[in-house]
Each structure stands twice: as C-alpha cells, then as structure tokens.
Write a protein that binds this ligand. Structure first.
Ligand code: B12
Length: 220
C-alpha cells in the first residue's frame, strides 16, 4: 500500500495529472480505499506543497499543476466517496468558497464526504458573494450553510455572510459551519456561526452534531 501512496504523492508534487489519475485507479484496484487515499496521500501532500510554496521553493504555476493532479485523483474517487452509505437523505447542505477566494480543493472534499455521509449538497462554487449565499438559502431552504476560506484576507467574508443572514431575518432557519486553513473555533464564536471543522472528518462530525445525528462518517 505504501508504494502506491508514495507514488501518488510524487505525482502530485510533479503535477502530473495523468500519472496521478492512473495510480489512483491502480491503488483502488489493489484494494486501497478511497478514504485512505484521500487521508494518506492527497491531504498531507497539499499541506507539503503549501509549505514549499510559502518557503519560495515552488511558485503558482507548480501549485496549479499539483491542484490539477489533485482534482484528477478526486475525479476517480468521487463516485466511491459520494456513493451514499444510507438510503435516506439526512439533510440539505449549501456549500461555497467565500468571495475573493478561489481555493476549492478542500471545499470539494468536504462536499464529497458530506454526500457520502448521506447529505444532499448544493455547491455554489468559488468566489461566492454574500448575496448569492442568502439567495440560495431563501430558494433551497437548506439545513446547513457550509463556507470555506483559505486566505486570512477572505475569512472576514464569513462574518459578512453571517451578518447578511441575520439582517435577512433568517438566521434561526439555518446552521452555519465554517472551515479552511485560517479558521479556528474562536473565530466561529467571534462571528456567531454554529461550528467549525478542521478537516473532512471534522466537517461530518459537526454537521451530524448540529443536526442531532451522532452517526459519524466511519460508523455509517
Ligand atoms: C492549492 C493552493 C492554491 C491554488 C488553488 C487551486 C484550487 N483549485 O483550489 C492557487 C494556485 C489558485 C492558489 C492561489 C493563491 N493562494 Co493558495 N494555496 C494553495 C495550497 C498550496 C493548498 C490548498 C489546498 O487545497 N489544500 C488541501 C486541502 C485539502 O486543504 P484545505 O483547503 O485546508 O481544506 C481542508 C480543511 O481546511 C477543511 N475545510 C476546508 N473548507 C472547509 C469548509 C468547511 C465548512 C469545513 C467544515 C471544513 C473545511 O477540510 C478540508 C479537507 O481536509 C495552500 C497551502 C495550504 N497548506 O493550505 C495555499 C495557500 C492557501 N495559498 C495562499 C496564497 C497566499 C495564495 C495567493 C494569494 C497567492 C498569490 N500571491 O496570488 C492566491 C490567492 C488566489 C485567491 N484569490 O484565492 C496562502 C494563504 C496565506 C494566508 N494565510 O492567507 C497559502 C496558505 C500558501 C502559503 N503557505 O502561503 N493557491
């Protein structure tokens, strides 16, 4: 198993989408689960790529290539992860990356795992303005709004969206969960959201908890 995980990681660093896609398929054929590929290969490697980027060892084009390779792997994993493990839909979640922010790898993973846990998810995409979040809530009446932000310059949008929901008079209709690199539990309390998830598993846990369903991703 370690061999495949390592090769996928190398493919991610090299930004070789074709190789990463093929290796992901091979790993699945060898019986390595989608959860393991995501948790052991994809997530730590993007962390590593982030460090390399911060330290000036790689630049935006390389990060974009790696991100493309990451999406190639997610494309293969998606049907396995979203294949609902229970028949009944547990609730409706609207998810999006806040305005000014283009990062969507983590959001897409959260969306896929929530679907895998039995939630219906409407993904508004990236760079979503507060007005679009509010319109989507009015239109679809979801149980949960999930927002993602990766930049210290964009997490403030989460406060603005939350305030817009309060101003619209619909705050009590929805639970708000937030996540992404700079987001913390303290920040949740500061902006008046309902919960925070550190990673995909934290996202599942908090949504299940807020909606009164204690069944976690691994237990379904
Ligand atoms: C890939 C990447 C890019 C790609 C994005 C491609 C894409 N399609 O997403 C590109 C090249 C476009 C990019 C651009 C930029 N980036 Co960038 N990027 C990254 C990088 C390397 C990885 C992010 C990632 O995908 N991680 C992997 C996923 C799985 O992790 P994640 O997103 O954190 O998500 C997990 C959790 O946070 C959580 N989660 C996420 N969302 C949610 C939502 C909810 C509701 C919940 C519960 C949980 C949750 O669960 C996820 C799964 O476990 C990070 C470094 C890093 N370590 O994060 C920098 C990073 C985020 N980028 C950074 C910067 C500075 C930029 C740019 C400003 C660079 C520039 N000078 O132009 C631009 C900004 C563009 C914009 N307006 O958004 C900085 C941010 C610094 C800061 N504190 O603000 C980072 C931290 C790099 C660094 N170390 O300096 N970037």
């Amino acid at each position: 198993m370690d061999g495949y995980i390592k090769e996928i990681q190398e493919g991610l660093i090299e930004g070789d989408a074709e190789v990463v896609k093929n290796l992901t398929e091979q790993a699945l054929n060898m019986g390595i689960s989608a959860d393991v590929i995501m948790a052991n290969a994809l997530i730590p490697m993007m962390e590593e790529i982030g460090n390399e980027f911060r330290n000036g060892n790689i630049f935006i084009p390389e990060v974009l290539m790696s991100s493309r390779a990451m999406h190639a792997s997610l494309y293969v994993l998606k049907p396995l992860i979203v294949e609902s493990k229970i028949k009944r839909k547990k609730g409706l979640v609207i998810i999006g990356t806040v305005a000014g922010d283009l990062h969507d790898i983590g959001k897409n993973m959260v969306s896929m795992t929530l679907q895998g846990d039995g939630y219906e998810v409407i993904d508004l995409g990236i760079d979503v303005p507060a007005s679009s979040f509010v319109s989507a809530i009015l239109r679809y009446k979801p149980d949960v709004l999930a927002m993602s932000a990766l930049l210290t310059t964009t997490i403030g949008e989460m406060r603005y969206v939350t305030q817009s929901i309060v101003n619209e008079g619909i705050r009590d209709r929805i639970k708000i969960v937030v996540g992404g690199g700079p987001v913390t539990q303290d920040y949740v309390e500061e902006i008046g959201a309902n919960g925070y998830g550190k990673d995909v598993f934290g996202a599942i846990d908090i949504v299940n908890k807020l909606l009164g369903n204690k069944v976690g991703y691994f237990n379904v």
